[in-house]
Design a protein around this ligand. Structure first.
Ligand code: AMP
Ligand code: MG
Ligand code: MG
Length: 308
């Protein structure tokens, strides 16, 4: 029997359960003690066993249920049979109780592109900075990021044994974002969050031009967006290539769903159609509030180097 729910809401509900399963895999790989680290392009561009297993889990689970989707994952993996143990078939019922925004109700499976970062913040994962790590599943339609799920496998890991470990945040444009408490940095404070593993002179110059009260250097694009929506940072500034579409798609949706803004360093919206190049060559600028303050302070010298 055909489901009464729209394709988009069924996909988000499945992505939620799949991201939760991903979180368990991320924790299990650490618990087993063998990270299986591989260098990709350089020593700060790593892949672990968790990146590989989670990508297999997410992409195979999604493809089984939604065979006409376009799914683009970060990791370049050889085709192989996926262990049944990695497949997640569930869907989060709470999401199916929500109404689909009317502008998305007629979307067909083949119209959607899913951007998967199986483990964002891999460098930090290998260094034990576990709450920097997120699993990102972003959903795009007509080139625009419209829905997303973020699992943070080690949320609460320093809060003691009684605390519930891990959480999942999700959102759809026009509906909202859920799974966290929205909080803002006190008015007038400029706290910048930026990279800790992929720094450069350009990144530092751009951050300095914002005249910040404080600079937080942490791993992960997902983690930095969580800092924005939870009132820990007022702007995510990354004046460098390096960050890819799978890093920004899901986080952008969560931020936009609560009234924030994520663009490249020039102020251009990011595109997520399946043909787009993966690299966000002109960097990232994101805020929950006061976007114009930060955008107006990006130096021309920085803009001239970062070509979209
Ligand atoms: P970071 O803020 O350094 O954690 O970067 C956010 C995301 O972009 C992570 O997934 C990084 O792996 C990726 N990224 C940023 N810069 C680079 C780079 N130079 N090389 C490879 N990946 C990068
Ligand atoms: Mg990433
Ligand atoms: Mg990754």
């Amino acid at each position: 029997m055909a489901s009464s729910h729209t394709v988009l809401m069924r996909l988000v509900a499945s992505a939620y359960s799949i991201a939760q399963k991903a979180g368990t895999i991320v924790r299990r790989v650490i618990a087993e003690g063998d990270l299986g680290i591989v260098e990709k392009t350089c020593a700060t561009d790593l892949q672990t066993k968790a990146d590989r297993l989670v990508q297999m889990s997410i992409c195979s689970s999604l493809a089984r249920k939604f065979p006409k989707l376009t799914i683009i994952g970060e990791e370049d993996l050889p085709p192989e049979d996926v262990d049944q143990e990695l497949i997640e078939d569930g869907q989060w019922e709470e999401i199916l109780k929500q109404p689909c925004p009317s502008q998305y109700s007629a979307i067909k499976e083949e119209d959607l592109v899913v951007w998967v970062d199986p483990l964002d913040g891999t460098k930090e994962y290998t260094e034990g900075l576990l709450d920097n790590v997120t699993v990102l599943i972003g959903i795009a339609y007509e080139g625009k990021a419209i829905a997303g799920v973020i699992n943070q496998p080690y949320y609460n890991y320093q809060a003691g044994p009684a605390a519930v470990l891990g959480r999942t945040i999700w959102g759809v444009l026009g509906l909202g974002a859920f799974g966290f408490q929205l909080k803002e940095v006190p008015a007038g404070k400029h706290i910048i969050t930026t990279t800790r593993s992929h720094n450069s002179q350009l990144v530092t110059d751009c951050v300095a031009a914002m005249n910040p009260d404080d600079v937080l250097r942490v791993g992960g694009a997902g983690n930095k967006i969580i800092q924005l929506i939870e009132g820990k940072a007022s702007a995510y500034v990354f004046a460098s290539p390096g960050c890819k579409k799978w890093d920004t798609c899901a986080p952008e949706v969560i931020l936009h769903a609560v009234g924030g803004k994520l663009t490249d360093i020039h102020g251009n919206a990011l595109q997520y159609n399946k043909e787009v190049k993966h690299m966000n060559s002109a960097g990232v600028l994101a805020t929950l509030r006061n976007y114009d303050y930060y955008a107006s302070r990006v130096p021309e010298s920085v803009k001239n180097v970062l070509v979209p």
